[in-house]
Design a protein around this ligand. Structure first.
Ligand SMILES: [Zn+2]
Ligand SMILES: [Zn+2]
Ligand SMILES: [Zn+2]
Length: 344
């Protein structure tokens, strides 16, 4: 069992901070994405999903996802005073569908503005029914408090999760970073970094024998914490000049059961949309990244969450010409077509 939380205002007395990570024998199995500082919205929540929650959840590879869905972070909630939009909730739900083969229970839990709750729940249910995702604004940048909060949690969790190493050199390009503002040169950041390094070092040493967590990890962490890059909330592009490479052939009907052709791993498989070969993603062994680099085939569809990534655009792509491939994967995976409704 593994839990993740995104409580509002971690400095309140009812929620705990990033180092609230589980008991002695279960360290890392509790991930507390504790927010503090400014009010958070879609860019901040999606950045936390892409850079922290999804990498860890994919690595954990759950059999079932239970969502206790408090909507007090919704826009116009009088108590939460955050501003997550219905579209933001739709995207978070969509991202979670990529886990556990889509087996997910969403239980509505809270929120104090009936209109916000209704609109957010409608957006969430629409995604669960397989409706196409509504579009988010193009480049959303999380605020600096959120980036600090995410970094603090990554710093605490990095000894326990290999997937967080993507914050180092490997992931810089793939995860869409951009040049940093001068804020990260402040002394406070350096203090936090030192503290994080000490803590990571201690934990790594104490757990004994986890050779994977070595110098490279700590230097990746340092790079992440004081480096010259900052994170984006990952949002899809609505067009891509490489869509002309799509194969006109339909995907095989049993495509959802395919595994990586290189390592036979069943987690996070992607299908090349030019040659239909299947390889694993970046949280596993990165074989699709290698295939795309070697063959110059740019587009791949995830069998986990049915999203399409373009390696040349370095971005997720939403475009009507991808609908046949998405429908085929949906049919193969869930035994039915996505619910009727206008397709993107
Ligand atoms: Zn593989
Ligand atoms: Zn290919
Ligand atoms: Zn492209």
């Amino acid at each position: 069992m593994f839990t993740m939380a995104t409580p509002l205002r971690s400095n309140s007395t009812t929620t705990k901070g990033p180092t609230h990570m589980g008991g002695v024998s279960a360290k890392g199995y509790n991930v507390n994405m504790a927010w503090s500082g400014k009010m958070m919205g879609d860019p901040e929540y999606l950045a936390a999903f892409h850079h922290l929650l999804l990498p860890i959840a994919s690595e954990f590879n759950p059999e079932l996802v239970l969502v206790s869905c408090g909507l007090d972070a919704a826009k116009d909630d009088p108590l939460g005073r955050y501003h997550v939009s219905p579209v933001g909730y739709a995207h978070m739900t969509h991202l979670l569908r990529g886990l556990a083969g889509g087996k997910m229970v969403v239980a509505h839990e809270g929120g104090y503005n009936l209109k916000s709750i209704s609109e957010s729940m409608a957006a969430i249910v629409s995604v669960l029914l397989g409706d196409p995702l509504p579009c988010l604004p193009d480049k959303m940048v999380p605020n600096d408090d959120a980036v600090d909060c995410i970094r603090a949690v990554v710093s605490a969790q990095i000894p326990y999760w290999k997937s967080l190493r993507i914050f180092g050199s490997v992931g810089a390009k793939e995860m869409q970073y951009f040049d940093n503002s001068p804020d990260f040169e402040e002394p406070e950041s350096h203090d936090q970094t030192q503290e994080s390094r000490d803590r990571s070092g201690d934990v790594g040493g104490a757990s004994g024998g986890n050779e994977d967590i070595g110098d490279s990890l700590l230097s990746n962490l340092r790079e992440m914490a004081i480096g010259e890059t900052m994170m984006f909330a990952v949002t899809p592009k609505s067009d891509c000049e490489h869509l002309t490479t799509l194969s006109p052939k339909p995907l095989p009907p049993d495509i959802a059961s395919h595994r990586c052709e290189e390592c036979n791993e069943e987690r996070e498989p992607w299908v090349c949309l030019q040659c239909h070969h299947v390889y694993c993603g970046r949280y596993v062994n990165g074989h699709m990244l290698g295939h795309s680099g070697g063959s110059a085939h740019p587009l791949a569809i995830s069998l986990a969450d049915i999203s399409v990534w373009c390696f040349l655009c370095d971005s997720y792509i939403h475009h009507p010409s991808l609908t046949p491939a998405k429908s085929s994967v949906h049919l193969s995976k869930f035994g039915e077509h996505p619910s009727s409704g206008q397709q993107h």
